[in-house]
Write a protein that binds this ligand. Sequence first.
Ligand code: ZN
Length: 275
Amino acid sequence: MPPCRLSVNLELLNGICLPRVLGTPHNAAMSAISRLAALLAGSARTVVFTGAGISTESGIPDFRSPGGVWSRMKPIDFDTFMHNEDARREAWQRTFSGTAGWVGAKPNEGHFAVARLVDTGKVGHVITQNVDNLHQDAGVPAHQVIELHGNAGYATCLICGLRHELADLRDPFLEQGTLPACRACGGIVKSATISFGQPMPVEAMRRAEAASRECDLFIVLGSSLLVYPAAALPMVAKSNGGALAIVNRELTDMDSKADVAIHAEIGAVLREIVP
Ligand code: ZN
């Protein structure tokens, strides 16, 4: 029997979650949330996949959206960073000036709901496209967060991989103009994010694919699922028998393949289903 598919829209008005009726019964919104709650209750191994949408609710701009970071400044791709000292200087200037918008951001209701799901053992892995560390800040143990695009909260040596704390690099750069270099091998040090043109992290990808293959429920929170590997992992879950749920403000190309798709604020939806 094909899965029951429900797709509804919700809008947040004055903090109240209201159904937006688009040819769907008024109670369809809550039906979809109930459907997601039932999928979650019946799941033994849920994977949560998060994109920029969960962090925009913490005030972090979506990099790719109109008005986002990349519409205001050109991204520095990996090759340019590696081969051009001025570009490295510009990249570090951006890091330490907080231009990208995540400095000081705090986890929101959605992050805390995900952390509670991890704490109960329902969710074993959180796969994220975000680099803001907000899942860990909400209480998810770091080893259960699979970061596909790295983490902006520290830096690594591109030669030996040694971790460097931003606090140790900041003053020498801002006060003496010293470009960060590895204290162990002298190699180029870069923010631990994955830049445009930089290879995807092999180990994180392997873990993300394994978790997607083994889960019985894959919940997407705040991703338009357009960019690889975000576009592929939900299908890895589906083709191995997992159910697919999507919570995103806008429609996604995968809504038609989902067992339930809800277009709403993530915090408002999870408030209804995560105690
Ligand atoms: Zn090194």
